[in-house]
Design a binder for this molecule. Structure first.
Ligand SMILES: Cc1cc2nc3c(=O)[nH]c(=O)nc-3n(C[C@H](O)[C@H](O)[C@H](O)COP(=O)(O)OP(=O)(O)OC[C@H]3O[C@@H](n4cnc5c(N)ncnc54)[C@H](O)[C@@H]3O)c2cc1C
Length: 535
C-alpha cells in the first residue's frame, strides 16, 4: 500500500505564539487540514489574507476515503494552482455502465459534449489529493504568501465573542491560547467545534453497511464506473467498481444492516466475495478493507457569528454521487472571496450570510440527490422494490426510463437560483445554462480555456459588444474579458444562444451574478452592489 500517510508532512514545531504572555490574534484560523481546510487556506492566502491552519494530526488522512473528484472540483483546483498535478496523477473517466442482475442495461456519458478543459471526473486516492494541496501550500510559503500549518495542534475549547474567537490548543509541549478574527471549522464529520459550540445536525441516518475493498490488480477492465443492481455475486444488494492510480481498484459491496462488521472485514470473508465478482482466476492483493455506514444531514446554519463551518463539519451525504469532498470544495470556493472582501472592508459582514444561504441550498440539493440514490439502491418496501426493478427492466430497452435509474447521481455544481446575490434575469432570451446563479460553463477560448481566462476577482465577460477595459465600480476592480463569438463558436453557443451579443458579470467564484444584452454602467454598478451585499 502507498505509505504516504505514514510520513509527517507538517510535524509539530514550537511556535513563539506558545510563549506569548497574552494570546496572539490571527486574522483567520482554520481548524482541520483535510481537503476542505487546506483548500480554504490556499484560497485565502492567494488573496493575501493571512491564514493559520491547526490540525491535530501531522499527515494526510489514513486509509481509503474519497476517490471521485468532479469537473467543478478540478476547475476550482485550477484556480487554486494545483489542477494539473491532480489530473495528471488521477484516472480520467466520463463513462458509466449500469448492470442489473446478470446483464448490462445501459451506458452513460457524463460529459456528452466537447469543449471543456476538464473531464467529468477523475479517480484519485484522497491521500494524493491532500498531498497535492499540501504541496501547493508549500509553494505559497516559498512565494512569501501568508499561510502556515501547525501540526499536532489540537483545538480543545472555543469561546465565541462578538469581535473575536478564543481557542484553547493542546500540543505535545502543553497548551496555549490564540485569538482569531474569524474561525473556519473544517474539522470533519465529528467536528469537535460543532460539539464545543453545542450545535447539532438535522437529517437521516441510513441503516446499511458497505464493504470497501481496495485491491491491487492488473486488470483489463476499461476506465469506467461500473454499477450493479442485484448482481449474482452479491444477491439482493449492489456493487460498484472504480479504477484508481497505481493499479488500485475500489470495490464497494453493499452488505445490508444486520451483519457482524468485524467478521465481514476478515480476509477469509472478503476474498471469496471478491473472487465471486472478479472471477476465480483474477490475481489481486488486498490493499485496504473497511466497512462504512453513512448519514445525510446538515447543520441548520453554517455561520454562527465569527465561526463558519465548511465541508463535512457542516454537512454529510452518502458516498453515492461523490458529493462529500466535492461539495466541501464548493463551500471553499463560495466562502473565501467573501471573507477576503469583508476583511478588506470592501463588503459588509452580511455578505457572509449569503454563504449560509447558498451553501445550505447546495447542501440540501446534495442531500436530496444522495437520499434519492440511497432509496433507489436500497428500496425500503416491497412496492418500492417492484417499482425499482421494473424501471431497471425498462431502462434496458427504452431510453426514456434511463433518467429514472438512480445509481448515484454524480456531483455537479449547484446553481444558486433565486440566490441573494443574483440580479434578476430580464434577458431571458440568453441560454438557461448560463443564467444568474449558475457556475460558468467552460469553453475553448483562442488557444486556451474560458475558465483560465477569468480574473481572481469580478470579471466582465463581453461577447461581441463594446465594454470598458478593467474599470473600478463601487470600489471593486473589474477585469474585462472581451471575446468574439465568431472565433470562439462554442463560447458563443453557450453564452449567446441565438442572441447577437451579451455582457456577463462573473463573481470571483466563477458563478454568474448578472447578464445583459450590452454594457450599461448603471446596471453593472447596481449588480455589483447586490453581488457584494451592499444593495
Ligand atoms: C468510503 C468513503 C468514500 C468517499 N468517497 C468520496 C468521493 O468519491 N468523492 C467525494 O467528494 N467525497 C467522498 N467521500 C467524502 C470525503 O472523504 C469527505 O467529504 C472529506 O474528507 C471531507 O473533508 P473535510 O476536510 O471536510 O474533513 P476531513 O477530511 O475529515 O478533515 C478534518 C480534519 O480536521 C482535523 N481535526 C479534527 N478535529 C480537530 C481538532 N480538535 N483540532 C485540530 N484538528 C482537528 C482532522 O485531523 C482532519 O485532518 C467519501 C467518504 C468515505 C468515508
Amino acid at each position: 500500500m502507498n505509505k504516504i500517510f505514514e510520513i509527517p508532512l507538517y510535524p509539530y514545531a514550537r511556535h513563539p505564539d506558545q510563549d506569548a504572555t497574552t494570546p496572539v490574534q490571527h486574522k483567520v484560523i482554520i481548524i482541520g487540514a483535510g481537503p476542505v481546510g487546506l483548500a480554504a487556506a490556499i484560497d485565502l492566502a492567494q488573496r493575501d489574507v493571512p491564514v493559520l491552519v491547526l490540525d491535530d494530526n501531522d499527515r494526510v488522512s489514513f486509509g481509503s476515503r474519497a476517490i471521485c473528484f468532479s469537473k467543478r472540483t478540478l476547475e476550482i483546483l485550477d484556480r487554486l494552482g494545483c489542477g494539473d498535478v491532480n489530473v495528471e496523477t488521477g484516472v480520467t473517466w466520463n463513462t458509466g455502465r449500469v448492470f442489473f442482475n446478470e446483464r448490462e442495461i445501459y451506458t452513460f456519458n457524463l460529459l456528452p459534449e466537447e469543449g471543456h478543459k476538464r473531464p467529468a471526473f477523475i479517480n484519485l486516492q484522497q491521500y494524493y489529493f491532500e498531498q497535492f494541496l499540501f504541496e501547493r501550500v508549500q509553494q505559497l510559503v516559498e512565494e512569501g504568501k501568508p499561510i502556515e500549518i501547525r501540526g499536532r495542534n489540537r483545538v480543545e475549547a472555543i469561546g465565541a465573542h462578538p469581535d473575536h474567537v478564543r481557542l484553547e490548543i493542546e500540543t505535545p509541549e502543553g497548551p496555549y491560547e490564540l485569538h482569531a478574527e474569524w474561525l473556519i471549522a473544517c474539522d470533519g464529520a465529528n467536528s469537535p467545534t460543532r460539539r464545543m459550540m453545542g450545535l447539532d445536525f438535522v437529517g437521516r441516518v441510513f441503516e446499511d453497511n458497505f464493504l470497501i475493498a481496495d485491491v491491487i490488480m492488473k486488470a483489463d477492465f476499461p476506465t469506467e464506473r461500473w454499477f450493479w443492481f442485484d448482481p449474482p455475486f452479491n444477491r439482493g444488494q449492489s456493487a460498484l467498481l472504480h479504477r484508481q492510480p497505481d493499479n488500485v481498484w475500489r470495490i464497494d459491496l453493499q452488505l445490508g444492516w444486520d451483519i457482524d462488521r468485524e467478521a465481514e472485514k476478515r480476509p477469509e470473508r472478503v476474498i471469496p466475495r471478491l473472487k465471486a465478482m472478479l472471477g476465480e482466476d483474477v490475481e489481486f492483493d488486498l490493499e485496504w478493507v473497511s466497512i462504512y455506514t453513512f448519514q445525510c444531514r446538515r447543520m441548520e446554519r453554517f455561520r454562527h457569528g465569527r465561526v463558519i463551518f465548511a465541508g463535512d463539519a457542516a454537512h454529510q451525504v452518502s458516498p453515492f454521487g461523490a458529493r462529500g469532498a466535492n461539495s466541501g470544495l464548493q463551500d471553499v470556493d463560495n466562502l473565501c472571496w467573501k471573507l477576503a472582501m469583508v476583511l478588506e472592508g470592501q463588503a459588509p459582514v452580511r455578505l457572509l450570510d449569503s454563504y449560509d444561504w447558498e451553501r445550505v441550498y447546495g447542501a440540501d440539493e446534495n442531500i436530496l440527490n444522495s437520499t434519492r440514490s440511497t432509496d433507489f439502491i436500497t428500496p425500503k418496501s416491497e412496492m418500492s422494490q417492484i417499482f425499482r426493478d421494473a424501471v431497471l427492466d425498462l431502462a434496458a430497452r427504452h431510453e426514456f426510463a434511463r433518467p429514472l435509474v438512480n445509481s448515484g447521481r454524480l456531483s455537479v455544481p449547484c446553481v444558486y437560483d433565486d440566490g441573494p446575490l443574483n440580479t434578476d434575469d430580464i434577458s431571458n432570451t440568453l441560454p438557461a445554462r448560463t443564467r444568474p446563479g449558475a457556475p460558468v460553463e467552460d469553453a475553448p477560448l483562442g488557444e486556451g480555456w474560458l475558465i483560465d481566462a477569468l480574473g481572481e476577482g469580478f470579471t466582465l465577460l463581453a461577447i461581441d459588444t463594446a465594454c470598458p477595459q478593467d474599470v473600478t465600480l463601487e470600489g471593486v476592480a473589474l477585469t474585462t474579458l472581451s471575446v468574439g463569438a465568431k472565433d470562439n463558436p462554442l463560447l458563443g453557443a453557450r453564452y449567446l444562444g441565438a442572441q447577437p451579443h451579451a455582457v456577463y458579470l462573473v463573481r470571483p467564484d466563477q458563478h454568474i451574478a448578472a447578464r445583459w444584452a450590452e454594457y450599461n454602467e448603471e446596471a453593472v454598478s447596481a449588480s455589483l452592489k447586490r453581488a457584494t451585499a451592499r444593495a
